[in-house]
Design a protein around this ligand. Structure first.
Ligand SMILES: [Zn+2]
Length: 416
């Protein structure tokens, strides 16, 4: 048997088993008793509802994975990639457009499989627990806009990468990498002004106590404020959030309308102080540099496997091509990607503690930060007792109880 095929099938099955173990461990670590910290904010009924929600979403993603694994295996073993390649070639285009068509067909196939799950998740699951605010109209418009962006932005980028690997020789990975770096910088600049407004409405925060408090805090921190906006997050979901977006002079603070509605002034400033912590400690920049470094490494590895005959044969291909090689490499890379995400998540969790500490030391709002976190958990039906393995693999944020404990400990040390 082809060793590449053994590796790819093994990785797919192992990935599935890992998710299965995590899901079962997660279900087992749910406790029927409200954690003491949340006694003042949750009653038994609300807590029960969040437990039901976690159970329902866990079972749903398990079902999804259990259906998609055999579909993927059959598609690989029955030569599905070869059929799609033959279909793309039958259009009689030159190599780059053929590659784009091949990828487009695969994306479409994948979309057809995922679509029913996405519908069910939004309009049945999230709806049942009162989290969904998306109308069918918004849902369809979102799909259309996402498709348009994928074609307009992803298409040329993919064409560039295909072109480099086809014609630019040994340094193709380096040219592709530089192109992707420029592309991500462009996206950082374009996101707040061109892309996010396609999906949400941004309005300047109304004058009043909250705006004053935010401006005061930003001035204390010597933070050049280019705008405080609220975003109609309530258009899609009742979840609440806040973030900083943009680079340099286009930098702005965005608060979800759902957040402004749910929090008092001190709590909102405390959340903002946490986001400020990410900014001041340069977390956003560091994460982006790490991710770009990983992309460079991936492209370098890719150049060794791209035109590999054995890898192509594993997927029953009649023709060896750059475009199919890209897709097959993604299967080989999946375990490395998982490993890197473990480090990425661990680092991100450390940054969350750092940002919390910054929030406490810069604003002195330890208690409001804690109540804000608790309110967010209640709103988002968050899992208060995830299994440590789930945290290790999937969590970019520490479990809320550990965060609260750390904030209390830090605030106590500062007071001494
Ligand atoms: Zn954070």
């Amino acid at each position: 048997m082809n060793p590449y095929l053994v590796f790819v099938v093994g990785a797919l099955v192992a990935g599935y088993l890992l998710e299965l173990v995590l899901a079962l461990a997660g279900l087992r670590s749910l406790t029927p008793d409200i954690p003491a910290e949340f006694n003042d904010i949750l009653d038994g009924e609300e807590y029960g509802r969040s437990q039901d929600y976690i159970r329902a979403t866990t079972r749903f993603s398990l079902l999804q994975a259990t259906l998609i694994l055999p579909l993927t295996l059959v598609f690989i073993l029955a030569g599905g990639f070869n059929s799609v390649d033959i279909l793309a070639r039958s259009a009689g285009l030159s190599s780059i457009p053929t590659g784009l068509l091949f990828t487009g067909l695969l994306v479409f196939l994948n979309f057809c499989i995922q679509f029913p799950f996405s519908l069910y998740s939004t309009f049945v699951l999230e709806e049942r627990f009162g989290l969904n605010k998306t109308t069918p109209r918004t849902f369809v418009l979102d799909l259309g806009k996402t498709l348009l962006l994928a074609v307009l932005l992803g298409g040329p980028l993919l064409a560039g990468v295909l072109w480099f690997f086809e014609y630019a020789g040994e340094l193709a990975w380096l040219y592709s990498w530089l192109t992707i770096i420029l592309f991500s910088l462009f996206m950082q600049l374009a996101a707040p002004v061109l892309i996010l407004p396609l999906f949400n409405r941004f309005s300047p925060l109304a004058d009043g106590k909250l705006k004053e408090a935010i401006i005061n805090y930003a001035e204390q921190q010597n933070f050049p404020l280019k705008g405080i906006y609220t975003m109609d997050g309530s258009r899609r979901s009742s979840r609440a959030n806040a973030f900083f977006t943009g680079l340099g002079r286009l930098r702005r603070i965005v608060l979800f309308d759902t957040l402004v509605a749910a929090m008092n002034t001190k709590e909102t400033v405390a959340i903002l102080a946490h986001e400020m912590g990410h900014f001041k400690k340069r977390h956003i920049r560091k994460m982006m540099l790490i991710s770009l470094a990983q992309t460079g490494m991936m492209l370098y590895l890719l150049s060794f496997f791209l035109h590999n005959k054995g890898l192509s044969a594993a997927f029953s291909m009649q023709h060896v091509s750059t475009h199919a090689g890209l897709v097959f490499f993604a299967f080989l890379y999946a375990p490395i990607s998982l490993l890197l995400s473990l480090f990425g998540n661990a680092l991100s969790r450390r940054y969350e503690y750092e940002a919390d500490r910054f929030a406490v030391s810069s604003s002195g709002l330890a208690e409001p930060l804690i109540t804000a976190l608790k309110k967010l958990c209640r709103r988002n039906l968050a899992n208060l007792t995830p299994h440590p393995l789930q945290v290790l693999v999937h969590y970019s944020h520490p479990p809320v109880l550990e965060r609260i404990r750390a904030i209390r400990a830090y605030a106590a040390v500062r007071e001494d």
